[in-house]
Each structure stands twice: as C-alpha cells, then as structure tokens.
Ligand binder design. Structure first.
Ligand SMILES: Nc1ncnc2c1ncn2[C@@H]1O[C@H](COP(=O)(O)OP(=O)(O)OP(=O)(O)O)[C@@H](O)[C@H]1O
Length: 214
C-alpha cells in the first residue's frame, strides 16, 4: 500500500458545526508510504475517530477515505483482515493487551501469526526498553507506561506499509519515549513504511515531515 487519502472527510458527530478548524477534517490530505507524520489534537477533536477511519472500524463520516485509490467503504471484512495483518499496524491508545498473559506472551501471540521476528529479536527489544525483568510478568500487574512498551513491541511484530500509533508515549518519560521512537523508526525504515503518530500534546521527539492539527 502506497497512500492513504482523506477527501473532505467530516465525522457525522461534527456535521452541522460551522466552527471546525482543522488541517484534516473537510480537507484533502494524503499520507504516503515512507514518510513520517504527526497528527496533533486536543481532547475530543477526533483523534481516535481518525484512527478508526483508517483502520476501517468505523465509517460514520461524509467524504471519502481511499487506500491506493480504493474507497475503504468498498473493502470487505476478509480484505480488512489482510490489510491489518500485512499493511497497517495499529497501536491502540488503550493498548488492548491481554492482562492475564505475560508481557512476552502478549508479543509472541501476535508474532506467531506471521513468525515475523525471532525470540532473540523480541528479547533484545525488552532489554532496550528497560523491561527485560518483566518479560514473564502478567501484563495486568504492570504499570501503564510499561504496558505501552509491550504494546509497541506487539505493533512491530508484523509486516506493515504504515504504522499508526495513537498516543504511544502518553505515560512514558523522555528517555523511554526516545528509545521507543528509535525502535519504531528502525523497524519502519527497514520496511520503507509510513509512520503516523497521534498526540494530545506530549509526543516522541522525531523528525516529523508533516504535522497536521485535527
Ligand atoms: N464510536 C463513536 N461513534 C460516534 N461518535 C463517537 C464515537 N467515539 C467518539 N465519538 C465522538 O467523536 C468525537 C471525538 O471523539 P474521539 O474519541 O475521536 O476524540 P479524541 O480526540 O480521540 O479524544 P481523546 O483525546 O479525549 O481520547 C466526540 O464528540 C465523541 O463523542
């Protein structure tokens, strides 16, 4: 997948509101593979809504979202499964980890779908992210910031043309945020992927090529 385009998209919840000032809503915006984007938004401006439109979870909008020119409304469930497995990786704001599984199991359960990474690749990430001692700890017993690091690893154990990270470092200190950014960018560059990071304020200090305000 090379491009994701938004054409005059407006969430139904914002319809009829004349006061929307946004770089994305009601505009024509294109996200290209290989490039790095930041989408900034105050709370309630539709950051999670924007992500769910890209991932095909919601279609409650006017206008069009296109993937390589194809309207996402015409993409069927089976095709979406393939897209989410091979083309777009999504790091959920609320993480969606399995609390009863260990940190390693949470990563490995997804890695097993594609066998994308080796055990030692994953162990190296745990080490770099400073949570090697938590590999065998149940995620339900980890802090939210520690869980964010696990969720990032889980987002990286698949092939992708784009990675969409919804507020990935909201609970991380600068040091860990920088390490997470490095790991994400290394993986994205290796795959030639596009990166879309959303933020409510605090964000990874990366060389964003384009910053949009929702
Ligand atoms: N599933 C949904 N269906 C319809 N409208 C929704 C849905 N989820 C959120 N909304 C509405 O869309 C608007 C934007 O919400 P959204 O969750 O996308 O904002 P956000 O920018 O991600 O906020 P936050 O940073 O506080 O999580 C809100 O008015 C909200 O009520």
């Amino acid at each position: 997948m090379e491009t994701i385009e938004f054409h005059s998209v407006l969430p139904q919840v914002f319809a009829g509101r004349g006061d929307i000032v946004s770089d994305v809503w009601r505009k024509d915006v294109s996200f290209d593979k290989g490039r790095l984007y930041l989408v900034e938004a105050e709370s309630g401006k539709g950051k999670s809504t924007f992500c769910s439109y890209i991932m095909g979870y919601r279609h409650d909008y006017s206008g069009d979202v296109l993937m390589d020119g194809k309207n996402v409304r015409d993409i069927g469930i089976k095709e979406w499964t393939g897209i989410r497995r091979n083309n777009i990786s999504y790091l959920f704001q609320e993480l969606r980890l399995f609390p009863e599984l260990t940190a390693f199991e949470n990563v490995e359960i997804k890695n097993r779908l594609t066998g994308f990474k080796t055990r030692s690749d994953i162990e190296r990430w745990f080490d770099m992210l400073g949570i090697a001692d938590k590999m065998n700890t149940r995620v339900g017993q980890m802090s939210f910031g520690q869980q964010q690091r696990v969720a990032m690893m889980r987002a990286l154990v698949q092939p992708f043309d784009f990675i969409l990270a919804d507020e990935p470092v909201s609970h991380l200190d600068e040091g860990n945020s920088a390490i997470m950014g490095d790991i994400m960018m290394t993986e994205a560059r290796a795959q030639g992927a596009g990166v879309i990071v959303t933020s409510i304020g605090k964000h990874m200090a990366l060389d964003y090529e384009k910053v949009y305000r929702l």
